[in-house]
Design a protein around this ligand. Sequence first.
Ligand code: FNR
Length: 361
Amino acid sequence: MASEPVNVNEFRELARQVLPKMYYDFYTGGAEDQHTLKQNVDAFRRIMLRPRVLVDVSRTDMSTTVLGYKISAPIMIAPTARHQLAHPEGEVATARAAAACNTIMVLSHMSTCTVEDVASSCNAVRFFPLYVYKRRDISAQVVQRAEKNGYKAIVLTVDAPRLGRREADIKNRMVTPQLKNFEGILSIDVNSDEGSIVEAFVKETFDVSLCWEDIERLKSITNLPILIKGVLTHEVARKAVEVGVAGIVVSNQGGRQLDYTPTTISVLEEVVDAVGGKVPVLLDGGVRRGTDVFKALALGAQAILVGRPVIYGLAANGEHGVRRVIEMLKDEFELTMALCGCPGVMDITRSHVRTECDKLH
Ligand code: FNR
């Protein structure tokens, strides 16, 4: 690309130019027909904005809090695996960018830098994501390491008892480096004559028996607040509140798990209504513009997280690239707030958007 990217989508093209095809496919791809993957983005486009005018927007304030942590804007970094495949500095570069942008990073359990290296590289507020392994002692150990290293919350991914079928990874026979957090504990040396090593690894190691009772067990081994990530229905949201989670992430893993699940923005309100303000609701999946951030907040999200855009920035230009991606989203969000007549995030209301359902009524 001849000129500097002017929006997040243009970073994707830069990433495509620098990444080996196998890795680019791994980062961009989704499950099966990739219907949910595409719809996640398109669903935002079907929501229209309803601006107010003649409001004094000479000062705008994007800042908000998540679990009591103040961040500069409601834009956080979602957990995405294996950052060193995108850039040699991997998650350390991403974490530094999070600190520079004053936002929260959720590290991936499948990170290529250790929990400790990421913690010592910067003072960003970090949440720790969790998958539960058949060997429960390993999950308990990483939770303790996260606590010891100042991570502020556990984000339990609940939509991946098995890995979604990512056909590009199968075709490419996707390989993966040893996961640094588990060196000497868990080997990725699994057999994969037929396809993705990532898929074979998950099949071999993840605990498919994980269930609601395990949240209670998890609470007994950590004092950190627990969020669950991968909620798409009001039934699950209600149950999550009942068992005492500290927050909910509406997510379909960016369309990488179960294809033909609804888009996250289309189910956000259902979840928010079910939760009734008892815990914060976050959202990820398909956020590519500041207007998307605004729409999610109007429909009740406390903040959003971005996954792939961060990787595109990282691949294109390391820490600086991630910073640019977050800054672009912040700039666009701030402009949207001003043009919608909302000086602060608390001024953004349901009536600032019109969804397809609204049109029907
Ligand atoms: C992910 N995601 C993910 N989620 C999770 O809970 N644990 C993980 O290890 C990963 N790994 C991962 C790798 C890659 C390459 C991608 C693209 C995604 C899902 C991620 O947290 C988030 O839900 C989506 O990425 C959000 O969608 P967008 O922003 O990518 O559209």
